[in-house]
Design a protein around this ligand. Structure first.
Ligand code: GRF
Length: 225
């Protein structure tokens, strides 16, 4: 038995603002026994986030933390993140998972969870950081699009990359069809990235993340057309 198997399941804190399909993929992986982790809580800045409903449905604690009372303060974003940090620490969260969390996290959270906070982004970073990136990829005319799981650092969508998955862009793609193709891969790579972390197999070396004991599939080259 490895050291990672001896310890208790990794405690995850998921931050989400929307429909929560990536959260669902993580819940499913945990429930299927494919990911040895426990979702300690799901926290949202939106009271009506579907992600909160998904959490409740699976008996996971769902926390809505209203950002509005913080708005008047000059350090509104930091103050909000301090409140989040208190919640996360109160639940003994070890890894923070951003899953469609639509607020920019500040140094308050990033510093407390350095190399212990992940995000998923629907492009092959560093191409297309920011918002509406499937549309931008289509407009740019790229032939391969995809998604990226990375550690969170202060630069938005800039942190060390853990896993990427590429998908072909088809001539008849719309933003919707391309987004759906990318999302299907997101649901595979996010639980995998968390599992690699839980198994203690990720080493951050500068910008690069070394993945221990994982060989790239031989001949896994994707070209399009
Ligand atoms: C995903 O496309 C993810 O890559 C991005 O936000 C979207 C969240 O979708 N960060 P969901 O809420 O997980 O369904």
């Amino acid at each position: 038995m490895s050291a990672a198997e001896h310890r208790r399941p990794l405690r995850l804190g998921v931050l989400a603002s929307g429909r929560g399909s990536n959260l669902q993929a993580i819940i499913d992986a945990v429930e299927a026994g494919a990911l040895r982790a426990e979702i300690a809580l799901v926290l949202s800045n939106k009271s009506d986030a579907v992600a909160l409903e998904r959490a409740r449905r699976h008996k996971v604690e769902a926390v809505f933390l209203d950002p509005r009372p913080f708005k008047e303060r000059p350090d509104a974003r930091e103050a909000y993140d301090r409140a989040i940090l208190e919640v996360l620490r109160g639940r003994d969260v070890e890894l923070v998972v951003l899953a469609g969390y639509m607020k920019i996290v500040t140094s308050v959270l990033i510093g407390a969870y350095e190399n212990r906070m992940m995000n998923i982004h629907p492009s092959l970073l560093p191409s297309f950081p920011g918002l509406d990136v499937q549309k931008k990829a289509l407009e740019w005319g790229v032939k391969l699009a995809g998604c990226t799981v990375h550690f969170v650092t202060e630069g938005v969508d800039e942190g060390p990359i853990i896993i990427q998955a590429a998908v072909p862009v088809r001539d008849d793609d719309t933003t919707e069809t391309l987004s759906a193709r990318i999302l299907a891969e997101e649901h595979k790579i996010y639980p995998r990235a968390i599992r690699l972390y839980a198994e203690g197999r990720l080493r951050v070396e500068g910008r690069r993340v070394r993945v221990l004991g994982e060989e790239p599939a031989p001949g896994a080259v994707l070209s399009n057309p």
